[in-house]
Design a protein around this ligand. Structure first.
Ligand SMILES: [Zn+2]
Length: 391
């Protein structure tokens, strides 16, 4: 299901093709986030015009009425679903550590360590997670809790029918200590084994990725990569707490990726700014997903070679230059900075759509440039060019 088409000579970067039931993904690739089975503001036709190759949606948010995600999205290309674990556990440690509903990836500046919770939203057992969901639903227990475990996650993901699905894992917080993370890792490994057994016997039309956990602790990460890497998953994801800083996240990739099988694809969950993409590809990552292109577009933040700028600011009100010089996206063909600025200021509904099209196109096009550069053995050169413009 994965073929490597070229390799960079001076790093672990490579290009490849992931073959899925709904088509191929040329890697390295950006997977666009469509949390509730829609990429907000975009039509399926828009997705094509942004050169999108794959979309990731969320099993947690779709758990109450799971049906075919290709139909829901109106998108017949490759789709991934995450296991729902991240959302469930972030309900728990977000409260426990006072770091918001969905934890910030690197919470070193805004976390209060081990804040005592008034009320636990998540109760974890060896079977799975009991949680108090924001709204009541079918399957709620007497205590008002819902349950998600490895079998339930696989059942939901099977009904959703995505091409690539993820094993259910406990996502620990960056603030969990070594002892907790170690205990959690054993539980995660047992859950992933249950998911794999189910996939091998029942759900075998989908590709299942195992997830490497272990928090910021090198020995736990290595143990996890060796154990999960030895199992017949179709691919692997590096997930969970990636430490307290950006550089620690890339150390984690360098500890784990050499221990994973060379011949299987690797996904990096939830990170995707420009420099992250270069560093991730360098470390051997094949696919990324991140909300940045879509979420930030809706707030008027536009990405380009120089980083980003906020189109809503009044400095753009008389600027008739292109949004991004040389960008071939439908938005840049249609509108100047001034015109998009006016649409945002007028709260015109089309503004968010135009901005999303540009951002998604920009990141997809950046990945295309990275693929070409790897094939031409010019990856380091492209990385230097991009980082030089930005500094
Ligand atoms: Zn553009």
């Amino acid at each position: 299901m994965f073929s490597i088409t070229s390799k960079d000579l001076s790093s672990r970067a490579r290009t490849g093709l992931i073959h899925t039931p709904h088509g191929e993904i040329e890697t390295p690739a950006y997977v666009i986030v469509g949390t509730h089975a829609e990429v907000r503001t975009l039509t399926p036709e828009d997705l094509k015009h942004t050169q999108t190759q794959a979309v990731i949606t969320n099993a947690y948010h779709l758990r109450e009425n799971p049906r075919d995600v290709h139909d829901m999205l109106g998108w017949q290309g490759p789709i991934m679903t995450d296991s729902g674990g991240f959302q469930v556990f972030s309900l728990g440690f977000g409260r426990e550590h006072n770091i918001g509903k969905v934890v910030s990836i690197f919470p070193e500046h805004n976390a209060k360590e081990f804040h005592e919770p008034e009320k636990n939203l998540v109760r974890i057992t060896d079977e799975g997670a009991y949680f108090l969901a924001p709204k009541s639903a079918e399957g709620t227990t007497e205590k008002g809790e819902q349950f998600l475990g490895p079998k339930e996650s696989m059942q939901i993901q099977h009904k959703l029918g995505a091409d690539i699905i993820f094993a259910f894992d406990e996502c620990t917080s960056p603030l969990h200590d070594y002892e907790y993370t170690k205990k959690s890792l054993a539980r995660t490994h047992a859950w992933e084994k249950i998911c794999l057994d189910l996939q091998l016997t029942t759900y075998n039309f989908q590709l299942l990725y195992g997830i490497v956990q272990g928090g910021e602790f090198r020995d736990l990460r290595e143990e996890s990569a060796k154990y999960i890497g030895s199992m017949p998953f179709d691919g692997f994801a590096i997930g969970g707490s990636l430490g307290r800083s950006r550089s620690q996240a890339f150390d984690i990739l360098d500890w784990t990726i050499p221990l994973l099988p060379e011949t299987k694809p690797r996904h990096f969950l939830g990170i995707g700014k420009i420099e992250d993409l270069f560093d991730g590809v360098r470390a051997g990552i094949d696919t990324f997903d991140c909300v940045i292109p879509t979420r930030e577009a809706r707030h008027g933040r536009l990405w380009g070679k120089r980083g980003y700028f906020d189109i809503i600011k009044s400095i753009w009100k008389d600027d008739a230059s292109p949004i991004e010089e040389g960008c071939a996206c439908p938005t840049c063909e249609a509108l100047t900075k001034k015109e998009l600025h006016e649409r945002f200021r007028a709260k015109d509904k089309s503004a968010a759509r135009y901005a999303t099209i540009h951002n998604v196109f920009f990141f997809n096009n950046l990945m295309k440039q990275i693929r070409v550069a790897i094939q031409e053995n010019a990856f380091q050169k492209l990385k230097k060019q991009y980082l030089a413009i930005r500094n």
